[in-house]
Design a protein around this ligand. Structure first.
Ligand code: HEC
Length: 165
């Protein structure tokens, strides 16, 4: 009887000692980590580290902008791929499909000026300027891009020409 009590007591002691050692080591690791952090001096370093980490992204955006993607000077293809594609790729709401010569033929008869007027003012399901912030030049370029893929042979307007309108 008393032997059982003793061994129970010893067992509890061993468990308690084990717990103390485990908690002690955790506390020790925490202490070392915070000492290491403090030694590194975590104030201005962090800002620099963040800057250098986001730098590649910032550079990519800047490169895209200088390649002509800035609003106001986008190419017809860029306009198409960012805006017109939403409806003209699949022919949403009877939009003439990209590359569909039969659908575009009667519209091409309006000429670039006529089509540009439609795009500026909007037509049926197409909102004015296709709901975009495109200027006249960008719209005209997008129309030329689409129309020429559907059998037209329009010339892309120079930036000055369209801007003067
Ligand atoms: C929200 C959908 C939508 C978007 C986005 C859109 N269009 Fe359209 N577009 C239409 C529809 C629908 C028509 C057919 C209108 C009709 O004749 O009923 C159309 C017709 C046209 C026409 C022919 C107009 C005419 O007079 O026959 C041109 C040109 C055109 N779109 C240019 C563009 C350009 C350029 C863009 C991108 C900058 C663009 N569209 C984006 C829906 C769209």
């Amino acid at each position: 009887m008393s032997a059982t009590t003793d061994s129970e007591f010893n067992f509890k002691k061993i468990i308690a000692a084990g717990l103390i050692i485990a908690l002690g080591s955790i506390a020790f690791v925490f202490a070392m980590v915070s000492i290491a952090r403090a030694a590194k001096g975590n104030q201005p370093l962090d800002q620099e580290a963040v800057n250098s980490r986001i730098a590649p992204v910032a550079k990519v955006e800047f490169a895209a902008a200088s390649a002509g993607a800035a609003a106001g000077d986008r190419s017809g293809e860029q306009m198409y791929k960012t805006t017109c594609v939403a409806c003209h790729e699949a022919g949403v709401a009877n939009a003439p499909k990209f590359g569909d010569k039969a659908a575009w033929a009667p519209r091409l008869a309006l000429g670039l000026d006529g089509l540009l007027k439609s795009a500026i003012a909007g037509k049926n399901a197409m909102p004015p300027r296709a709901g975009s912030d495109a200027n006249d030049t960008e719209l005209a370029r997008a129309i030329v891009y689409m129309a020429n893929k559907a059998g037209a042979n329009f010339k892309e307007p120079a930036a000055k020409e369209a801007a003067a309108k």
